[in-house]
Design a protein around this ligand. Structure first.
Ligand code: AMP
Ligand code: FE
Ligand code: FE
Ligand code: ZN
Length: 290
C-alpha cells in the first residue's frame, strides 16, 4: 500500500448514472478532478456496473478510484444503507444479493408507476426514457419522469409529494437485513461502512445498540461527515465510533444534478482510507506510481 500525501482530499460516497446519479462514471471522475479531489469512491446503489468506466478514467483525470457500492438494506421495516468498499465483484453470494435487490427494485418501481398512473399522466416508458440500460432503478428515475411530464418541478419536489415514503403511491422493496449484509460484504472481502446512519430527514435512525451489534458482526466504520447529519448526530456517531473502535468516514453522497450535494463537501482522512485499503480484497486504482 502506498502512503497518501498529507493534504490528500478524499470523498468516499458518490453515485453515477449506473444508479441514481446523473453523471456517467467518466464524467463523475472528471467532475471530481475539477472539484480538487485526489481520491473518490464510486458507490452506486446495489451495482458495480460503473466500475470499469470509472477505472478507465483514472489515468486521464488523475483522480484515484475506490471501487465500492451502497447496499440497500433493512433493519425491521426501516431502510438502512451500507457502503461496501473494495470487495471482490465476482464473489457469488454478494452478487446474488445485489442481483435480487435490483430485480426487486424494478418490480417495485413498476408497481409505484401503476399506482401513480391512476392519478397522473405517467407510463413505464416515461421512466425507461430516464434510465440508462442496466441501471439500478429507484424513485429518482420515477421523479425524473414526473419532471419530464410537467407533474413536478424537480426531484426534491417529487420526493416531498408523490414519491414520499408516506405517500399512498409508495411501495417498499426487498432488501437484506443489515446484520446479514455486513456478513455478506465481509465474506466478499469488502469493508462495510454504515452510510448516513444519523440522517433524521430519512425518518428514524438506527439505535446505538444495533450499531454495537453490527460492529460485533464485522462493521468497519461509520460515515459521520455527511450533510444529512446535524451537530448532535455527528457528536453521537463520533463517540459511538470511538467506543467501538470503528473508522470514521465522510463524503458528499454526490448524485450529479439530481441533488444539491457537491463533490468534496464531506471528506475522509487518509488514515481511514489506508485502513480501508488494508482490509479490502482489491486495490485502490491510482493514477500515480510508487
Ligand atoms: P429508493 O432507493 O428508490 O427508495 O430512492 C431513494 C433514493 O432517492 C436515495 O438513495 C437518494 O439518492 C434519492 N433521494 C432521496 N431524496 C431525494 C431528494 N429530495 N432529491 C433527490 N434525490 C433524493
Ligand atoms: Fe441515491
Ligand atoms: Fe444512501
Ligand atoms: Zn448514496
Amino acid at each position: 500500500m502506498q502512503p497518501y500525501p498529507v493534504h490528500v482530499r478524499i470523498d468516499l460516497h458518490t453515485h453515477s448514472h449506473a444508479s441514481d446519479g446523473t453523471d456517467a462514471p467518466a464524467e463523475l471522475m472528471a467532475a471530481a478532478a475539477r472539484a480538487g479531489l485526489d481520491v473518490v469512491a464510486l458507490t452506486d446503489h446495489d451495482t458495480t456496473r460503473g466500475w470499469d468506466e470509472a477505472t478507465a478514467a483514472v489515468p486521464t483525470t488523475g483522480v484515484a478510484l475506490v471501487r465500492g457500492l451502497e447496499l440497500s438494506c433493512r433493519w425491521g421495516p426501516m431502510s438502512v444503507h451500507l457502503l461496501s468498499y473494495l470487495h471482490d465483484p465476482h464473489e457469488p453470494a454478494l452478487r446474488a444479493e445485489t442481483d435480487a435487490i435490483r430485480e426487486a427494485r424494478l418490480s417495485r418501481a413498476r408497481h409505484m408507476v401503476d399506482l401513480i398512473a391512476a392519478d397522473h399522466p405517467l407510463t413505464w416508458d416515461d421512466v425507461l426514457a430516464q434510465t440508462e440500460p442496466g441501471t439500478t432503478v429507484g424513485r429518482p428515475h420515477v421523479a425524473d419522469a414526473l419532471v419530464a411530464k410537467g407533474v413536478v418541478a424537480d426531484r426534491s419536489a417529487a420526493f416531498t409529494s408523490i414519491l414520499s415514503a408516506r405517500s399512498p403511491y409508495y411501495v417498499p422493496h426487498h432488501a437484506p437485513d443489515v446484520l446479514r449484509a455486513v456478513g455478506l460484504v465481509r465474506a466478499a472481502g469488502g469493508v462495510p461502512v454504515l452510510a448516513h446512519p444519523g440522517a433524521l430527514t430519512r425518518g428514524r435512525i438506527l439505535p446505538d445498540d444495533v450499531v454495537r451489534e453490527l460492529a460485533a458482526a464485522g462493521l468497519a466504520g461509520i460515515e459521520v461527515d455527511h450533510r444529512d447529519h446535524d451537530a448532535e448526530q455527528r457528536a453521537r456517531l463520533g463517540a459511538l465510533a470511538a467506543e467501538l473502535g470503528l473508522l470514521v468516514t465522510g463524503a458528499s453522497d454526490y448524485h450529479g444534478e439530481g441533488k444539491p450535494n457537491l463533490l468534496g463537501e464531506g471528506t475522509t482522512s487518509r488514515e481511514a482510507l489506508a485502513a480501508i485499503e488494508d482490509a479490502g480484497a482489491i486495490e485502490v486504482v491510482r493514477p500515480w506510481r510508487a
